[in-house]
Unconditional design. Sequence first.
Length: 526
Amino acid sequence: MLPKLCFALALVPFAASAQAQSGPIVTIAGGKLQGEAETGRSPVQIFRGIPFAAPPVGDLRWREPQPAAAWPGIRLATAFAPRCMQQPLYSDMMFRSPAPSEDCLYLNVWTPAKLGRSARAKLPVLVYVYGGGFQAGDSSEKRYDGTALAEQGIVVVTINYRLGIFGFLAHPELTAGSPHHASGNYGLLDQVAALSWVKRNIAAFGGDPDHITIGGESAGSMSVSALMASPLSRGKIAGAIGESGAMMQKWTPPALVEAEQKGAAFAQRLGAPTLAALRAMPADKLLAAQGDAKDMSFYAVIDGYFLTEPPAVTFAQGKAARVPLLLGSNSQEAPGSAVFGDGAPTIAKYRAGLTRTLGAKADAVFALYPARNDGDVVSAATALASDDFLALPTWKWFDLQRRTGAPTYFYHYTRVRPRFATDVSGSPLPWGAVHSAEIEYALGNLDINPLYAWSDDDRKVSATMRGYFASFIKSGDPNATGLPVWPRASLDSNKIRRQRIDVDTHSEPFPEQHRYVAAEPLVYMR
């Protein structure tokens, strides 16, 4: 059942004069903002729900983001704004925002700077992009909270962007009406607009507009790879962090004409053959139609504007942002059962799954992911499923950036997340570190997520990973005093080492690269 949806435009909250001095105040291009100071030991100040673009409603639905209107007086920035339109797809998303709305292009800022002084701080900035398959997610999620990294001397920004049909519908009529003759990448253009807003305004929060690192996980990580490749954004960033995902290989966007054809067919089935009819449809009806359209991916496209070519081509030609890149993947991005099916894992079921999905390539893939007996099946199948889903595209991104000579660092995250705090049954833990498990560790937010029974070992892993992220955001190098040494990737592929992040974090060889090279033409090629 869908949550109650909110379609009305949000009223702009203003501070009454009697309240004007109750929280920190900054002046940006649109006017004055009043945030709030973090309570307790933290010196962090937080500004929530800041508009970075006009509400994309009415005639602005499926248009590139337009400038946000200025406001008079002091605007309160103490509450998260609505999240973008989405269905409740993922149980691990803990939102702090109101119900979904089309009026959702807002961002949040956490800063340790002592605002109000004449001398401006020039602190490093992290702009973080949420995951959720480009169908769900929000900048208010607890696991993306910016306080812990802000306490390390970093200005943290989390941003919203349009999702699903609202963010990624391509259509011939949309293309024809675009000044750039493009359609389909509205959610990614939202990210560009947010990044541009940060460049213009972050100095008011103590941030350095010339020292912006972009980061994200899953769809957020794919977005980071695309932002590095796009001519609209690649000159705006000083560094990048990617957690499990890249817009490459199986995630290479389709051509605009292909996406337009699907979008037009979808609109016809919906009974809205014209753009005017589509824009007149209620948002909840569009969202419901999105859920019923199993043949529609609502994903990025090579539109000739945000993306002029497949991102892998841009990276291979050295045209992407040649900045320090820290990235990696988890040991269980996808379960082995995705290959061998339900029930007990056996070689027979594993082989049958390979044949079913890969046909004549099954034997060659089995040779790359072998299982000598039934006991090997879970390990082999998990490696294959994980590589096919996200590990292989993430490595491809790493390898292409490494070859440019830019400082590049790869991690392999293996810490298995603990059981739910309420789980007294002793149910078995996952085989490895599941997709998205590292987020709370990397951003220092274990205590914000009460679902899991965190241990001292979990806190140790979090301190290490957050330390790496903080150091990288500040200097483009994850190494810092007290942290296990993480070697920069060598230009010699035989000497590349990665960082295994777990209780015993350490540098190790990266033998899977040879498997990745061999698997790429077998598992998928666009």
